[in-house]
Design a protein around this ligand. Structure first.
Ligand code: S3P
Length: 166
């Protein structure tokens, strides 16, 4: 099986959908954020605070390059698509699935979240980041699945139905 890369804004459900998807497809699972944290023995919050966002982006891109080329569902960080080379890498090794979630839904889901440095800023800035990324997600996705008001399991099942048709 070609890899399946889940992309989308923070809080779109990439990790939860990814795990469900792995059970349905009986394949391996990689969460790039988790691997970055494990390799550096630091949380993402700590990496941003002590080394800055650029360092995090370098670690994230390196982890993406180390993912096996097949049989994996890969949940990515929301900013992975900001680097063109990452998009190219995902396109060359698999199918890119965009989990599209509205800003209001994300705002509701991440109300109490303190684990995402780029969410931990004022609403205007978060909205701008969201608007800026939407076009990027749409333009690089092979498949888009809307996630508002759907369970993670239902979203995973919908992804499977698209993949089977590919
Ligand atoms: C980020 C999203 C986060 C994580 C980091 C940066 C982003 O991952 O990679 O905090 O730039 O949108 P999730 O999308 O899994 O929250």
């Amino acid at each position: 099986m070609k890899n399946i890369y889940l992309i989308g804004f923070m809080g779109s459900g990439k990790s939860s959908v990814g795990k469900s998807l792995c059970i349905l497809l009986d394949c391996d699972y990689v969460d790039t954020d988790t691997v970055v944290e494990e390799k550096n023995n630091k949380t993402i919050v700590d990496i941003f605070a002590s080394e800055g966002e650029n360092a995090f982006r370098i670690y994230e891109s390196k982890v993406l390059r180390e993912v096996p080329f097949e049989n994996c569902v890969v949940s990515t960080g929301g900013g992975i698509i900001e680097n063109e080379k990452n998009v190219e890498q995902m396109k060359n090794t698999g199918i890119i699935v965009y989990l599209e979630t509205s800003f209001s839904k994300i705002d509701e889901r991440l109300k109490m979240d303190l684990s995402r440095p780029l969410w931990n800023q004022n609403k205007q800035k978060k909205k701008e980041l969201f608007e800026k990324r939407i076009d990027l997600y749409r333009s690089c996705a092979n498949v888009t699945v809307k996630t508002d008001d759907k369970s993670y399991h239902d979203v995973a099942a919908e992804v499977v139905s698209y993949i089977v048709g590919e």
